[in-house]
Design a protein around this ligand. Structure first.
Ligand code: GCU
Length: 419
């Protein structure tokens, strides 16, 4: 048995290495080549959408195309969904915040699958506040050094054979990415949960994740969707909780995510219109970046390296992205007319910053139908300059990450668009 697993692992490694060795990645703008994007406003019957009311039918078509070809189906919420307050701290972060640690049970039973979220709210708001909601990579305890954050039960570090306690390894480890104090200080709430509570991020993570454990409740088989879909689904369950909390302005919940979690945030925002605004931070291939542009990561590479992220059908477009009936500008268009922010980083060429900018640019016609302004310029802006109105974009100097500069732009964006 162990031997068999070993040989399978070796075979997968060899296949991935072989396909990567075969593939050349392009970072030269002059070699991108020609491509034609599927027209966002043309219905399958050839009719061109002329106004916001007509957009609804095209929106349904596009959503279904993404479900059938890229991310899979996305189920609705299970009947037994319920919440349990695990820890309430009215004096969190030295009195600046209220923190609520809530277990979201996906079924009636307390023994069933669940996700643990933490919600920080400004202590003295006196009114319901807008909330930034996003998943985290390393467990809730990683977003802040706050020792009252309950350790994630599922974080893989836990499983490692190490002498260091989980606590020391991960607490506050990703604090730089979360800016909890900044957000609280400006009057916003922060909600997050560990993405591994939904599905651990490796080839066979689905076996213990919600795609397996909830298949009966949700009426969907594991291969009808994939990890990005499962993570996006989890974001909607955070929203389910936020709708019940009187200290939250549920009409102003902003879904956000970095990198693979940016892909999940976009997919959540596309499906679930309760999210009032959507932020994609360096989401790249399979997120905000155009698939047809040959620059940085490719469809082939993402499907080979991360086969569990997308449904099998998506793999039929490996080395043939131009056959896809969609491209990622259409995913961004599904957010319309809600505010959308796409952000890149200068050293994150793998995510194809220009492809992210162009996807945002090509989503504009849909915003125009609603009388909303998009980016307002044809060329990419200089680094560290935010442009646009209802659609915004910036390219931050530096690496693939989400940092204070990004957050400050997101705060302005929300202030100007939602308040
Ligand atoms: C890899 C992957 C990207 C992804 C990124 C991340 O680089 O190729 O598609 O966005 O990981 O999630 O950090």
């Amino acid at each position: 048995m162990i031997k068999r697993a070993f040989f399978i692992a070796i075979a997968i490694f060899v296949c991935v290495s072989f396909s990567e060795a075969q593939e050349t990645f392009n970072y030269d703008e002059s070699k991108v080549g020609e491509y034609t994007l599927p027209p966002v406003l043309t219905l399958s019957n050839g009719k061109v959408v002329a106004n916001a009311a007509e957009w609804q039918s095209r929106r349904e078509e596009i959503l279904n195309l993404f479900r059938q070809n890229v991310y899979g189906r996305i189920p609705t919420k299970p009947d037994g969904l319920h919440f349990e307050m695990r820890r309430l701290d009215e004096q969190a972060l030295s009195g600046r915040a209220i923190s609520k640690q809530i277990r979201i049970y996906f079924t009636k039973e307390k023994t069933g699958p669940h996700m643990d979220m933490i919600l920080y709210l400004p202590a003295k708001a006196g009114h319901p506040v807008p909330v930034f909601a996003g998943l985290n990579f390393k467990g809730n305890q990683s977003i802040h050094a706050d020792s009252s954050i309950i350790l994630s039960e599922k974080h893989p570090e836990l499983l490692k054979n190490t002498n260091k306690p989980h606590d020391q390894l991960t607490r506050g480890e990703q604090a730089e990415r979360w800016e909890v104090e900044t957000l609280i200080g400006k009057g916003y709430g922060v909600a997050t949960a560990y993405y591994g509570d939904l599905e651990l991020d490796y080839l066979e993570g689905w076996k213990k994740g919600i795609r397996t454990t909830l298949q009966t409740e949700l009426g969907i088989t594991p291969e009808e969707w994939a990890a990005i879909g499962a993570w996006a689904w989890g974001l909607s369950r955070i929203m389910d909780y936020l709708e019940t909390d009187e200290q939250v302005d549920a009409g102003k919940v902003i879904v956000h995510g970095h990198s693979r979690l940016g892909k999940a945030a976009l997919w959540a925002g596309a499906n679930d219109t309760r999210f009032a605004a959507v932020i994609s931070n360096n989401s790249g291939e399979g997120g905000a970046a155009l698939s047809r542009r040959w620059f940085g990561e490719t469809t082939n590479r993402i499907n080979t390296r991360f086969p569990h992220w997308f449904i099998d059908k998506y793999k039929t477009y490996n080395n043939n992205a131009s056959a896809l009936p969609v491209d990622q500008h259409m995913l961004l268009a599904l957010i319309a007319p809600r505010p959308l922010y796409v952000a890149s980083a200068t050293e994150d060429l793998w995510a194809d910053p220009k492809g992210e900018f162009l996807a945002a640019k090509n989503a504009e016609p849909v915003y125009t139908l609603f009388g909303k302004k998009g980016l307002g310029r044809e060329e990419m802006p200089p680094a560290d300059t935010s442009i646009g109105e209802t659609i915004r974009y910036h390219i931050r100097t530096g690496k693939h990450n989400i940092l204070l500069f990004d957050w400050l732009q997101y705060i302005d964006f929300v202030k100007e668009n939602l308040e």
